[in-house]
Design a binder for this molecule. Sequence first.
Ligand code: ZN
Ligand code: ZN
Length: 265
Amino acid sequence: MTTDSWRENVPAALYAEADAFLGFLRLIPVMKPECCPWCAAKNFILRDPRLYECRNCKKRFTPWTGTPFANCRHQDSWAAYAVLRLAGLLPGQAGETAGLSHGAQAYREEVLEKLITRRWPLLSDCWRGFVGNQKPVPLRTTPFSSKEEAEAHHNHEYVQCLECGKLFSSVGTHARLAHNMTALEYREKWQIMKKIPISGFAKRRQHSEFIRQKIASGEVEPMALAQAMHEANVLNGRKKPFGTKYIAEMHTRRLQSQRSDKDSQ
Ligand SMILES: [Zn+2]
Ligand SMILES: [Zn+2]
């Protein structure tokens, strides 16, 4: 988990919003008061590290007095928690990963959700796990029984996680962080063939644009890339995560179509 992990989950179109939001949270630990929160006077003195005293009303305050960030011991955990949430973790998991107590986590969730709704509303779908305009659809409870069915589920701007029903630009990262499953385990459980991407169109466009830029700048050589992909496929080919029944069906269908191709020739 890095401070940039959220970029894999948040659509690129929202990077600027997310950067502004996280930038604001990162400044919380170094906030400075502009005036006395009690009487608004501008003349105050520093009594202690981070403890100010107003010359006018004599009351004391910290930079966070009167803000939702007061009374929190770990001011740097605001940004840390938000990064985990935007990276696709559910609130409880983000709190645990950031080392927050349940109360501290619930408080951060409440404050940050309000802050996002008020100042960075474009991020709010992302924050709640419903990215884009898609509405969550009822969760299926059984693995896919055909390639077509699995494709139909994944060919959208954003993809629904079959474990929790929320939408993500890519389910792979989310499954690992939120459900402690590798992409392969996720594919195996829901019977999703390797050749079907478990990321939505938005993420796939972003990825192909990334590769195109690498090729254009000469960082990646197209032939070497194709060769590497081919080698990886050969290497992984034997580990197809499918039940024998499913493989047998696919195989039969392929043979049938080959046969009918031959007949028509
Ligand atoms: Zn004052
Ligand atoms: Zn999920």
